[in-house]
Ligand binder design. Structure first.
Ligand code: BGC
Length: 255
């Protein structure tokens, strides 16, 4: 139980990678605030599972593209558990649209949910961590596409590229407070964001062939890296991204 007595927030915490992160942090002993925007029943199911583990959690409905809602998450963590040690900026969407066909609304939505939420999530989490003292961890769930072009998914790549620089810059700025800022960059993970690929056998075969490990990741394989980064063993890691991608970045182009 390496995260005993730690308090975490996971944005986008009731599905996909976020859900796996919530469960892994709880398994390691952390109390977890689970942010969600839809499917309260999925959040309730997670809360029940965590309760069975003998740990605590709290589901909070909050739209992380809005600063006031992000603040609601911090207030919930501090109000219920007394502090905040680990902020996981995980919420993310993609439109799979290219430079030529992305609309203004699509652009703004992707940037707000992926990047603005991570920026202000980092800001207000860090303010709380400085106020309480003792440092903390901010973990940004980015993507291989923070660095690696994905033709046909331009706004997503822009947002993830922004998260790359957020991680590096905030990591440098906040180091003096012992707040470590690290990115986790998954490749293709078997989650709802990739359903269109997973439901198309030809596309899935093409994707698997491009991954040196030959398959998509399970969400738990990303969550275990996040839990490591949140723990004592990662005390000298900041301002960088750990790619958990089965080697895909070293092969061809984004699929
Ligand atoms: C994207 C997926 C894509 C994967 C690998 C992820 O960040 O969300 O759509 O398949 O990267 O390219």
């Amino acid at each position: 139980m390496s995260l005993k007595n730690k308090v975490a927030i996971v944005t986008g915490g009731n599905s996909g990678i976020g859900q796996a992160i919530v469960l892994e942090l709880a398994r390691q002993g952390a109390s977890v605030v689970i942010d969600y925007v839809a499917h309260p029943e999925a959040t309730e199911a997670l809360e029940r599972e965590i309760c069975k583990l003998g740990n605590q959690s709290l589901g909070v409905e909050a739209d992380v593209s809005k600063l006031a809602d992000l603040q609601k998450l911090i207030d919930a963590a501090v109000g219920k558990f007394g502090r905040l040690d680990i902020m996981v900026n995980n919420a993310g969407i993609e439109t799979r649209t290219s430079v030529l066909d992305t609309t203004e609304a699509q652009y703004e939505r992707v940037m707000a949910i992926n990047l603005k939420s991570a920026f202000f999530g980092t800001q207000i989490a860090a303010r709380q961590m400085i106020k309480q003292g003792g440092g903390g961890r901010v973990i940004n769930i980015t993507s291989v596409h923070e660095d690696w072009p994905m033709p046909g998914n331009t706004p997503y790549c822009l947002a993830k590229g922004g998260m790359r620089m957020l991680t590096r810059t905030a990591g440098v700025e906040l180091a003096k407070h012992d707040i470590l800022v690290v990115g986790v960059g998954p490749g293709a993970v078997a989650t709802p964001i990739n359903l269109s690929t997973m439901n198309d056998p030809a596309k899935l075969a093409q994707l698997n062939a491009a991954i040196p490990l030959g398959r998509m990741a399970r969400p738990e394989e990303i969550a275990s890296v996040v839990a490591f980064l949140a723990g004592a063993g990662a005390s000298y890691l900041t301002a960088t991204t750990i790619f958990t991608d089965g080697g895909i970045m070293q092969s061809s182009v984004g699929l």
